[in-house]
Design a protein around this ligand. Structure first.
Ligand code: PLP
Length: 281
């Protein structure tokens, strides 16, 4: 696979800003984003939106950061450091989504802006524990997705956001169209959770053309943080100046390698791991 270039020692790498939640277990959220970004040759900047109390078994609670503090983190990073792409993950509430959308628009992050934005509309953990208040779904639909350069929901999130149950290729295409109609410039429908074939196919749609990205299905229970890792890899490739289709192709290969390298951790689901990149020439 074609990897993203690592910056020579002493040179400033490209930067990506992740606006998301922390995972005390170190498997998903900001911890997964930062690991993938570092191993994609990117300096990760971080705007913390929520702190989760989490291990491999589940999420037992979370603390929301005040919306104005989330927005202030975004503004101060962009003003001083500058970023080549941004990514949202767990945003928890309507108030945080509205603050993030407003500051992104103000500083030039989002579709039709200088800095592309990957929106991972995180709703719940793989254990089913909520990471977004139910009433914030309207803000996801009407405020967050309309500023997305790329939106990357999983099948559960697609059902909550669009009402569409993706079970096959025609329903996946309908879901991609529905996400695009909500205002995302590009929509992705991830096939990883559609356990009907030996391969996993993601669908990318720009309102005109469907592109497909397939990989072998990696059967592992250790897939915690997989969605974050895909979106972080796409954002990293965009920051390196890659096109959206090239960035999505890269993200798909990246997360497949990370699933192959995943490991056991605790009594529940272990994390996908980008650490294979350390041993790769
Ligand atoms: N915790 C945080 C903070 C997250 O952002 C996410 C996912 O985006 C998760 C947990 C859930 O990850 P998973 O669905 O891989 O368990």
């Amino acid at each position: 696979m074609k990897l993203l270039p690592l910056t020579p020692d002493g040179q400033t790498p490209v930067r990506v800003l992740t606006i998301a939640g922390t995972d005390s277990g170190g498997g998903a959220g900001i911890q997964a984003d930062s690991r993938t970004m570092a191993l994609c040759g990117v300096h990760a900047c971080v705007a913390v939106a929520a702190v989760t109390v989490q291990n491999s078994v589940g999420v037992s609670g979370f603390h929301e950061i005040p919306p104005e503090t989330v927005a202030a983190q975004v503004r101060c990073v962009v003003d001083d450091i500058g970023v080549g792409a941004a990514k949202t993950g767990m945003l928890a509430s309507t108030a945080i989504i509205e603050a993030v959308a407003a500051v992104c628009t103000e500083v030039g992050i989002g579709r039709d802006k200088p800095v592309p934005l990957v929106v991972d509309p995180v709703c719940a953990s793989m254990h089913g524990d909520p990471l977004l208040h139910a009433e914030a779904l309207d803000a996801v639909r009407n405020t967050l997705i309309p500023i997305a350069t790329v939106v990357t929901p999983n099948l559960d999130e697609i059902r909550l956001i669009t009402g569409i149950e993706v079970v096959d290729d025609p329903t996946a295409r309908r879901a991609a169209e529905a996400l695009h109609a909500l205002g995302a410039q590009w929509s992705i429908v991830k096939g990883g959770h559609l356990r009907t074939s030996a391969s996993s196919t993601d669908l990318l749609f720009d309102g005109d053309t469907f592109l497909e990205f397939s990989s072998p299905r990696i059967d592992t229970g250790n897939d915690h943080g997989g969605g974050d890792t895909l979106a972080a890899a796409i954002a990293s490739a965009l920051a390196h100046g890659w096109s959206v289709p090239d960035a999505v192709a890269f993200g798909k290969e990246w997360v497949t390698k990370c699933l192959e390298a995943s490991y056991d951790l605790g009594a529940g689901h272990g994390p996908v791991s980008p650490l294979w990149r350390l041993r790769h020439p």
